[in-house]
Design a protein around this ligand. Structure first.
Ligand code: GRF
Length: 207
């Protein structure tokens, strides 16, 4: 059975979508760990409500380097035999220490249609503000594998929404979030069913 770790820093609605999908048997995997760098985040409460083990290493005030920090997370994941990591609102850029051992075994969800509106500084409301400012007609969400460039890894799935002329970043964010909650469990299901292959840096979905 594939063991998943979900990394979180915030409210955890994507974590919740993955938990709900797991509970109805939508994918053949177990969520074995929730990891957070934020001791007080709402996502941890969701883990507790569903009796999922959580580990917190506060990033604020951490005494070592980013690499030391990632080494600690890696140790935790390896000790727990984690096969797949899902970043779900994890607000810290990972170093190669963590990315390399989990290459093509670590996914992220981003609230825009990558490669547009991604990269450093493009998170949360900044993304939706930029989409509206650019007068885009559509936006959406992207699940992609994590590689060493921020938001740059092979795209697994995308979901689309319309951008309406009177949208505020908040309204658009809510519309996109609904799509996130659909495509993240779907991407995990494809992974668990071994239907994702990466060929020449691009995802191929096997049917
Ligand atoms: C989502 O919009 C996700 O795309 C982004 O961070 C947000 C996390 O929301 N990476 P939540 O904590 O899952 O509710």
């Amino acid at each position: 059975m594939i063991k998943i770790a979900v990394f979180v820093s915030g409210g955890g609605t994507n974590l919740q979508a993955l938990i709900d999908a797991h509970e109805i048997g939508f994918f053949k995997a177990k969520i074995g760990l929730v990891f957070s760098n934020m001791p007080e985040c709402g996502a941890l409460e969701r883990a507790e409500n569903h009796r999922i083990e959580s580990v917190v290493i506060p990033s604020k005030g951490y005494p070592g380097t980013r690499e030391d920090y990632d080494q600690e997370i890696l140790r935790v994941c390896q000790a727990k035999n984690i096969d797949l990591i899902c970043l779900a609102g994890y607000m810290r850029i990972l170093t190669p220490v963590m990315i390399r051992p989990y290459l093509y075994k670590m996914m992220n969800i981003h609230p825009a249609l990558l490669p547009k509106f991604g990269g450093e500084g493009m998170y949360g409301h900044f993304v939706h503000e930029a989409v509206i400012k650019a007068k885009e007609k559509e936006s959406g969400a992207t699940v992609h594998f994590v590689t060493e460039g921020v938001d740059a890894g092979p795209i697994i799935l995308q979901g689309f929404v319309k951008v309406l002329t009177d949208d505020t970043p908040q309204v658009l964010a809510e519309r996109v979030l609904k799509v996130e909650h659909q495509i993240y469990p779907e991407a995990v299901r494809l992974f668990c069913d071994k239907k994702i292959k990466v060929v020449d840096g691009r995802v191929k979905i096997l049917f």
